[in-house]
Structure formats: C-alpha cells, structure tokens
Design a protein around this ligand. Structure first.
Ligand SMILES: Cc1cc2nc3c(=O)[nH]c(=O)nc-3n(C[C@H](O)[C@H](O)[C@H](O)COP(=O)(O)OP(=O)(O)OC[C@H]3O[C@@H](n4cnc5c(N)ncnc54)[C@H](O)[C@@H]3O)c2cc1C
Length: 418
C-alpha cells in the first residue's frame, strides 16, 4: 500500500479515507468508474474512528439554532461541559464566530433542518444496506438513541418531539419508569427521556469504515497510503502530488475532514472551516450492567455509547485551533457524571481527541468547486458526519456521473461560501 506510485491514471481520486471519502469511493466504484482512494493512515483512523457511533435520523437541529442565544451567557464563563472556547482563537476567527451566530437566527432554522433531514434519511438507508453488504451487519444496533434530562424538562422534550414530528421523525416521550424499563441497568437519575426510535448505532465506527473500505477494495477499488501534498490542475484533469508519487485523474474528491481547507488554499479557495473539537474515553463495562443504546445526558452535555471495547464517554464542544494542545477539562467534568448513571470500571486506553469540521451554517459542502471543473468538495460534516458519509459519497458520485443525487444537494453547494 505504501509503495512508490508512478504513472497512475484513474477516473476519480478520492482524498481522505474517513467515512466521507470511503463512501465516495464506494459509490463512484459502484457507478463503474476507476477509483483510487488515498490517505496517509489506514481507513477510518481519524475523526471517523473516535465518534459516538450514532447513526442519527433526528439530528436536524444544528448547534447554532435560536435556543443558542439563551444558553450563550452560560457558555461565556468558559466552564460549561457543553462548550469551552479559546478567547484568542475566537478573536482571530471573529468572522467565523459572527457568521456562525448569525445562522442561529430563527429564519435560518427550518431551511437547514429540511436540508439535513434529506441528507440524514438518504444516508441511514445506505448505511443499513452497506453494513450488511460489507459483512459488518453484526455491528449495527436498531435500539434507538435516548436523550435524557435529570430535571423535569418535559416541556423541552415535548418541544423537540413536536419539531421532529414536523419532519416525520418518530420519538417517544418517557418518564422515569419508562426509562428504567428501557435501560434496566442504569440508575434512576433521569426524570424525562426522549427516545429517537428510528436512530441506530454501531459498536465501532472505525471498524465500520474499514469494512466499507474492504467492500470498496472488493469492488475493484485501489487504496493507497501516502501523505497528500498538493492538487494541481493538469490539462483537462488533475495531478495529485503525494509523498509516494503522483496520480493523474479526471476528477478529484476532497474528503479530508478537518484537514480539507489547506490543500484548497493554493487553488484560491478560502474555506471558512472551524473545528468543534471533542474527546472520548472508554471504560471497562460491567457486563452485568451494560447499556443497550447510546444515551445523551442533555444537561450534563455528554454521551455514553456501548462500544466493542467498552463504554465510550464523549464530551461536548471545544472551539479552538485544530491542532492546539489537548485540554481534558471537559472529560474530567463529564466522566464522574457518567459514573452516576451507569457502573463501569477503569479506563481502557488513552483519551482520544478529534475535530468536528464545521462551516458557519453547520451544513457540509457537497458538490463542485465553483471555478475548477472536476474538483469535488465533500467535507464539513460537523456532529453528524459518521451518519451522513454514505449519502454524501453517493451524491458526489452521482454528480460526477451527471446523475441526480439521492437527496436535494442544493443547500450544500460549495458556491455558497467560495
Ligand atoms: C467526539 C465526537 C463525537 C461524534 N459523534 C458522532 C456521532 O455519534 N454520529 C455522527 O454521525 N457523527 C459524529 N461525529 C462527527 C463525525 O465523526 C465526523 O463528522 C466525521 O467522522 C467526519 O468524517 P470525514 O471523513 O469527513 O473526516 P475524517 O474521518 O477525519 O477523515 C479525513 C481523512 O483525511 C486524511 N488526511 C487528512 N489530511 C491528509 C493528507 N494531507 N494526506 C493524507 N491523508 C490526509 C486523514 O488521515 C483522515 O483519515 C462526532 C465527532 C466527534 C469529534
């Protein structure tokens, strides 16, 4: 996989083998195109590895929604588990911050929810199909996703339920007893719950991406491991410069997740991409007290997902530079809170850090680069990229082939920012 690449020509080269790139590679190969997938690491080893593994049908409410204005004062103290932010970063990126907040206006909510609903629905359908085809069907759980409140937040839960219902997304409102019946092994700390019943989850997101990558290889796809250095226009096509050589292609798909903006800068594109960093730590489960589904502690601002290696506790958002040193303050806050819900043992492995790539409107870019035919942009999937990778890939492959994407891709057009 890491041998010298010379005279390699292909229809499509996909840059980045996270869930988004692997999905684009699978979908392009399914359309009969020759495809090379390149990453410096093995598939599914970065952001697509460390997430909470939720395949969400209901994540149509972006973080920058009207209720954000009500919670902002709490976040300004910089001590809340939901959001930590680096003031120096915020000043340097004030343009992004202002645009992100402007998108929280009420008028911006429903158009984005509708767009995300289309993308999520199409993607869940593909995940359910692909995970079986990729011989990883045992990894998916159709047990839903439980959002739970310790306070008497019935009104908040009902409001969310009504909003989801507008889009035909099912959920069940639960009281303390119903929560205990659903999750018999947790302590009765939650008063109110909302079960997103059409949501699924997996027990190892990284392994699912690897299974999709094997499916791609099985379809005749070519996977190469190398640092990608540059994308250069070359006649009517492209030359991708790698540490391990070069590849010529008619089409280039940029699916580099949080690293996507840098390689586009020399082509004149300034992508307003920021990083909602997040952490996880896994813990040895008590087999007699296991979780049956992911739980989102709404007020504690953390998630707990039963994974292959143990219970994965994931943190909220840290807004700072992508590569700034880690701060474990949020994990330190939420882990004791998680222990008050479910019994688990000592930590397994080291804490993990990733960066959710986010554009100011919290919608990904899916489509053609405005000034370069054959260059396709496919990144910025914020909190829901593991779910939305497959339909994103299918849309890019469809556009390359001149066909219709499986959802309305117009709201995701890169032209809105570039
Ligand atoms: C804590 C946390 C929890 C989350 N939970 C969920 C969840 O439950 N459900 C959900 O749907 N989403 C979730 N997400 C979001 C989701 O993980 C991301 O949106 C998604 O993984 C992004 O995928 P990607 O393919 O765009 O990026 P990545 O998975 O990061 O892939 C990008 C790839 O590009 C490669 N690369 C970058 N630069 C270069 C280079 N120069 N040369 C070679 N290779 C390069 C990297 O090695 C990497 O493999 C979560 C994210 C975090 C951080």
């Amino acid at each position: 996989m890491s041998d010298k690449i010379t005279d390699k020509q292909t229809d499509v080269v996909v840059l980045g083998a996270g869930i988004v790139g692997v999905s684009a590679a699978v979908a392009a190969r399914q359309r009969g195109l020759s495809v090379v997938l390149v990453d410096r690491r093995e598939p599914g080893n970065e952001t697509s590895y460390g997430n909470a593994g939720i395949l969400s049908s209901g994540s149509i409410l972006p973080l920058n929604r009207p209720s954000l204005f009500g919670t902002l004062p709490r976040y300004l103290t910089n001590r809340h588990a939901a959001l930590r932010w680096n003031p120096a970063w915020a000043i340097r990126n004030i343009d992004w911050v202002v645009r992100f907040l402007a998108n929280a206006a009420p008028s911006r909510l429903r158009p984005r929810a509708a767009a995300l609903h289309g993308l999520l629905g199409a993607s869940l359908k593909l995940h359910r199909e692909w995970i079986v085809k990729a011989n990883a069907g045992q990894r998916i759980r159709e047990t839903g996703w439980l959002k739970a409140w310790r306070s008497d937040a019935v009104d908040a839960a009902k409001e969310e339920q009504a909003f989801l219902a507008e889009y035909g997304i099912e959920s069940r409102l639960l009281d303390r007893q119903a929560i205990s019946a659903l999750e018999p092994n947790i302590l009765p700390v939650y008063k109110v719950g909302l079960l997103h019943s059409q949501t699924a989850s997996v027990d190892s997101p990284g392994e699912v991406v690897k299974a999709y990558a094997r499916m791609f290889a099985g379809l005749g796809g070519d996977i190469r491991q190398s640092e990608i250095r540059a994308i250069v226009p070359d006649g009517t096509g492209w030359r991708v410069v790698l540490a391990a050589g070069e590849i010529s292609a008619r089409h280039v798909v940029v699916a580099l997740g949080p690293w996507s903006a840098e390689l586009l800068r020399p082509l004149g594109y300034r992508v307003p991409l920021a990083f909602e960093r997040g952490y996880h730590q896994e813990f040895k489960p008590n087999p007699a007290r296991s979780l049956l589904r992911p739980i989102h502690d709404a007020e504690g601002s953390f998630l707990m997902t039963p994974m292959e290696q143990g219970i994965r506790v994931t943190s909220g958002v840290e807004l700072t530079a992508r590569d700034a040193p880690s701060s474990f303050a949020q994990l330190d806050t939420v882990v004791p809170a998680a222990r008050s819900v479910v019994e688990f043992g000592e930590a397994v492995g080291e804490p993990w850090r990733g960066a959710r790539p986010t554009l100011p409107d919290s919608l990904p870019m899916i489509g053609p680069a405005p000034r370069h035919p054959g260059l396709w942009l496919s990144f910025g999937h914020q909190h829901i990229g593991f779910t939305t990778g497959p339909a994103t890939g299918a849309a890019i492959a469809a556009m390359i082939a001149g066909a219709e994407p499986p959802f309305d891709a117009a709201p995701f057009s890169p032209g809105r920012y570039l």
